[in-house]
Design a protein around this ligand. Sequence first.
Ligand SMILES: C[S@@+](CC[C@H](N)C(=O)[O-])C[C@H]1O[C@@H](n2cnc3c(N)ncnc32)[C@H](O)[C@@H]1O
Length: 236
Amino acid sequence: MSDRSDSPPPALDPNTLALLTQFIGEKTAQQQRFDALTEAAAAEDAPTKYPSVDEYRATFAEDWQLSQFWYTTPFAERFAQLLHGLCDENTSIAFLCCPTAWVAFQHLKPLDNAKLLEVDGRFGVLAPRNYIRYDMEEPLAIPEHLTNSVDIAVVDPPFLNEYTNEHIVTTLRKIMRPNAKLIVLTSTSVESILQRLYDTPPLGPLRRTKVEVLHGQLRNDFGCWANWEGSEELKC
Ligand SMILES: C[S@@+](CC[C@H](N)C(=O)[O-])C[C@H]1O[C@@H](n2cnc3c(N)ncnc32)[C@H](O)[C@@H]1O
């Protein structure tokens, strides 16, 4: 055994160290922003204030285990405009598994009945009354008041497979009104699954719209489908 007490301690390469320091700095800043939001939301009778999409993206790190890949800010903002064009102040609109779309929509003009159904509880700090914890593994475990109540459902299924879409379809059938509008944003790789599972009213048949879905960190080819006549022409 050699005596190593004289050897210098192992050192990181300066470039790696700089990257690590930057990463830790970003994580700390993100956590501080999140803590500030939590504190503001906890203050009694604080008005609900939705962050801009840029603020949101800087505060809520993507968790890739949960398949979180946020839309770009320009896309989320254009999509929010498009959705508001389909709503009036009484519209009940549900965002399933698409928090960026919900934040962009509510930041532009908040509606009382714009709900986010999502498994990630972090979003509850933004608007506790508009966030509904939803796990697609338990597709019918949602508050009873949502049954047959939704005029517009917007969904970005978390995983690109039949199993996930079957569960999402079960939830949609429970919450959508008979003539409700449905918008699905997902990968083109599951188009045949969509055509099969979302085939009858109120869910479908689905038509591919002209909306081009853009993400910051995801290069999959995405599309946007909707269920009403004329929706083929939707774009933003
Ligand atoms: C493919 S991402 C879509 C996000 C979208 N691109 C956006 O920017 O808003 C899917 C979302 O589903 C959520 N999710 C993951 N697993 C889930 C589950 N079991 N039940 C419900 N939502 C889930 C993730 O937290 C994530 O926000």
